[in-house]
Design a protein around this ligand. Structure first.
Ligand SMILES: Nc1ncnc2c1ncn2[C@@H]1O[C@H](COP(=O)(O)OP(=O)(O)OP(=O)(O)O)[C@@H](O)[C@H]1O
Ligand SMILES: [Mg+2]
Length: 337
């Protein structure tokens, strides 16, 4: 669970006390694992600041950020990086223009898996996996693996960024263990033992399987590789269940710079990736229809406050008119004050 407790943030550009602008005013927000939350609100209402406080780019003046009940407010951006994938409006931001599609993907992939036995070898398998993922975008990226990302369209770059943001969120087993001990509600010693009781035999079993595969004369080279990969995946799956801090995706108007058709495609893909990986997701959008269609919860920001928070069936029944009415009411209320 991700939680903001009484978070307040003001910005002061001029140094003059009177120019202090309150971006967030005592925000309280609890997001359960697996929730897909859409976020709407006028310009300057505090949406991006909220995300930046979650990732640690911005530090709150007051209040706390908690991840699975652990206070992470003081942790810097880099310490938190493996828990969050952040995609911005600007297609130039998430990818490296000087590098090819494949190089960008390799980097994102390695970021989370440095210690896996497949991180440095098995490039062909990686490549096949990437091609499969890219084909789903329907943007022709799979045929341009070696092309520099800098020459690609905004939609293509943004699709790639999305894929990279979700790839990165697979930490190594060592990190899974560290985080499990840290974020589990159990006593640290108990948590460590619990992890080891699964991990150590699973690793032994995996190593034995690999030995047997190597000895198996019936297998050809390709089959042997495939069998090894499958054995690893079985082992990996056992460890993943300890991944408490998995995959929180933060999308900040990530389709706003794309043409309507491409935006739709990228959004649909977002939804698919989120569902398949059961990712906890926050998505900022100015498109009310999308905010209603996607996700299972909707939050409305207004001048640094959360003024509406709706879930499930009630959200499903919302119309764009309902949301516009809410905005009008909030504006009128603010004017009266
Ligand atoms: N780094 C910063 N320095 C100064 N002021 C900032 C900074 N970041 C945000 N603000 C101010 O904080 C307020 C909230 O900004 P924020 O970017 O969170 O709004 P937003 O809801 O994301 O708006 P938009 O829909 O325009 O993206 C605004 O008044 C903005 O000018
Ligand atoms: Mg913003």
């Amino acid at each position: 669970m991700l939680e903001l407790k009484n978070v307040t943030k003001s910005f002061n550009l001029t140094g003059v006390k009177e120019d202090l602008r309150v971006a967030l005013d005592h925000i309280n927000l609890q997001i359960e694992s697996g929730e897909f939350v859409t976020i709407i609100g006028g310009n300057g209402s505090g949406k991006s600041t909220t995300m930046n406080i979650i990732t640690g780019v911005v530090k709150p003046d007051e209040g706390q950020v908690l991840l699975n009940n652990v206070d992470i407010t003081k942790m810097d951006e880099h310490q938190r990086a493996s828990w969050f994938g952040h995609v911005f409006q600007d297609p130039m931001m998430g990818t490296s223009g000087d590098m090819s599609v494949l190089e960008n993907l390799e980097i994102a992939y390695r970021r989370g898996r440095r210690h896996s036995p497949f991180a440095w070898g098995f490039k062909k398998e990686n490549k096949k996996e990437f091609i499969k993922e890219l084909q789903r975008f329907g943007l022709g990226l799979e045929d341009r693996l070696n092309q520099k990302v800098g020459v690609m369209s905004g939609g293509q770059r943004q699709a790639l960024t999305l894929l990279m943001a979700t790839l990165r969120n697979k930490p190594t087993h060592k990190v899974v263990k560290r985080d499990y001990i840290r974020f589990s509600e159990k006593d640290h010693k108990v948590a460590e033992r619990e992890f080891d009781e699964v991990y150590i035999p699973a690793l032994r079993e995996y190593k034995n399987e690999v030995k047997d595969i190597k000895k198996d004369a019936k297998l050809n080279r390709k089959e042997r590789k495939q069998a090894k990969l499958e054995a690893y995946e079985r082992f990996d799956k056992k460890v993943r269940k300890f991944d408490l801090t998995k995959q929180i995706l933060l999308l900040d108007e990530h389709t706003a710079a794309l043409d309507p058709k491409t935006a739709k495609k990228v959004l649909e893909l977002t939804d698919k990736i989120v569902k398949e990986n059961e990712m906890t997701t926050l998505m900022i959008t100015h498109n009310m229809k999308d905010a209603i269609t996607y996700g299972n919860r909707l939050i409305m920001f207004h001048m640094g406050h959360i003024i509406y928070d709706v879930k499930g069936e009630e959200k499903q029944k919302l119309t764009v008119e309902d949301l516009l009415k809410k905005f009008d009411e909030a504006d009128q209320k603010a004017e009266q004050q």
